[in-house]
Design a protein around this ligand. Sequence first.
Ligand code: HXC
Length: 289
Amino acid sequence: MPVPQEKYLSPIWRDGLYKDKVLFCTGGAGTICSMQVRAFVALGGNACIVGRNVEKTESAAKDIATVRTGAKVIGLGNVDVKDPAILKAAADKCAKELGGIDFAIAGAAGNFLAPMSQLSSNAFKTVMDIDALGSFNTAKAVLPYLIESAKKNKNSGKSNPTGTGGRILFISASMHFRGQPLQAHVMAAKAAVDQISNAISIEYGPYGITSNVLTPGPIAETEGMERLARAGDRDGAAQGYLRRIPLGRMGETKEIADAMVYLFSEAASYVNGTTLVVDGGQWRTNSSG
Ligand code: HXC
């Protein structure tokens, strides 16, 4: 039975906003991205999520499909974003089965806390490969489809022709804006992700494509926060975070989904090559913990 939209996103959004549109999302079974996909599907879209773990990805897809009667949500496992050929095959399958790709989220990421002294070259490379190379590979796989989607918009005669498709969103972090201990690998990788988005915004803007970065802050019940808590004292870690957030609370996954809905909506038709930080103002503070 369909569940109310309020569970996934703010009720302010128009029903059917993404009717018949298609979203391709890497890391779509993860806590943050699965909520974004839910929001997209709740608003009328169909989606394909990809991930390394078959069971996790397929069961997340099934679960997401329950948010709206008639929703089509495909879950493709065994898709490692580090492998461009596998990722391209996944994008091709998504487009074939769902009729194209209008929106994409590069959300797959890897993270662990480690001091540089204990970070091997392979550990550094692993996170660079998942986050940076993976985001690049995702973009390369979907951009031909996004160009097609943007072309349709251009031909629609609308005044804001980038309004309804041809958009890519990268999920990044804010730690590299200032610096954070134990995160050299992630800081480097997320800085690269940001610049991949910036490059696309310039090179593909002329096609009517927009590329932006969404930077979630500390979001409750995510794998990233769980790892952080496991690495230290759970309550202490949470309290440390809360002290650094001007709004005084952790974010919710649906607040990240709302930001995505905005960036993919007609309301953001002139927003290209920017970073939307959704962290309660955390990165503006100067305390490191
Ligand atoms: C030091 C570590 C380590 C640790 C792994 N490595 N964990 N080094 N401290 N805690 C090293 C390994 O020893 C190895 O190096 C290298 O990293 C690769 O490890 P593998 O386990 O072989 O890699 P893999 O199976 O590909 O797993 C990748 C992973 C894993 C990143 C290590 O955690 C993963 O798959 N994560 C995906 C899910 C995830 O992380 N989600 C959270 C995203 S949150 P050697 O030298 O031994 O070969 C996020 C938001 C950021 O990104 C913001 C947070 C605040």
